[in-house]
Design a protein around this ligand. Structure first.
Ligand SMILES: O=C[C@H](O)COP(=O)(O)O
Length: 237
């Protein structure tokens, strides 16, 4: 299981890299769970990240605006991201979600075939009126994306496991794999939840809060010691 860590700036990105993260995921929590960062921050983080490591950028908790999101995707790619995440927030059904995702896939793959496209849904979708999380693998598949992901939309201390049972998460991962996709899971993941995620076959676990010290995901900052511990726990499973 790979460890994706979400820094907000280059200083935190260095901590994540030194701590042993596998994927550096540039994020702006001020704009939401999957809040988009700025091109110059993505570019600088790409510059300081070793070439053999993926840099991810999220396009935000996106509305149902395929054109707008396609342009944002091109911006993230141009700034240096090679793992593009789309938070399917304002898409109310799978038809709208596929519409957004297939345009993002076209945008990215036309420019850089080997870049990854991630369709991200929310385990607590019912709290924000977005798409049923169990539909995400099929949306990702239909659109030609590479990864089906879940996070939580509302960051209030509740974790992924508060909204979906281990059995439901196992089904999500199984369906993604059956469709030839990778499965990524996030949502205020705690250290003790790494093992169950690995056991159900999760390919990528995403964290911010658990990699921060001196506060939570908003008030704390990523420190290499916390990242190293997460990495060590994963390796020990
Ligand atoms: O992509 C993963 C997110 O950054 C998860 O953040 P969180 O662990 O604070 O919920």
């Amino acid at each position: 299981m790979l460890l994706l860590v979400s820094p907000i700036n280059p200083k935190e990105a260095i901590e994540a890299i030194k701590g042993g993260a596998d994927i550096i995921d540039v994020k702006n929590p001020k704009e939401g769970s999957l809040g988009a960062s700025f091109p110059w921050i993505i570019r600088e983080i790409r510059r300081i990240t070793p070439d053999n490591m993926l840099v991810s950028a999220t396009l935000g908790d996106v509305p149902y605006k395929p054109g707008t999101i396609s342009l944002a995707a091109l911006g993230a790619l141009t700034a240096g991201a090679d793992y593009i995440k789309v938070g399917l927030y304002g898409t109310k059904n799978s038809k709208e979600a596929v519409d957004v995702m297939e345009n993002v896939v076209k945008t990215i793959k036309d420019e850089k075939k080997e870049a990854f496209v991630v369709a991200a849904g929310y385990a607590d979708a019912h709290r924000v009126g977005s798409l049923d999380p169990m539909e995400i693998p099929n949306v990702a598949y239909e659109a030609g994306a590479d990864v089906a992901m879940l996070d939580t939309a509302v960051k209030d201390g509740k974790t992924l496991f508060d909204f979906l049972s281990v059995e439901e998460l196992r089904d999500f991962v199984r369906e993604a794999h059956n469709l030839g996709l990778k499965a990524a899971l996030a949502g205020s993941i705690k250290k003790e939840q790494l093992r169950p995620l690995d056991e159900i076959g999760c390919d990528i676990v995403g964290v911010r809060g658990a990699a921060c010290v001196g506060g939570d995901r908003n008030t704390g900052t990523i420190h290499r010691s916390a990242v190293t511990e997460l990495k060590r726990l994963i390796e020990a499973i």
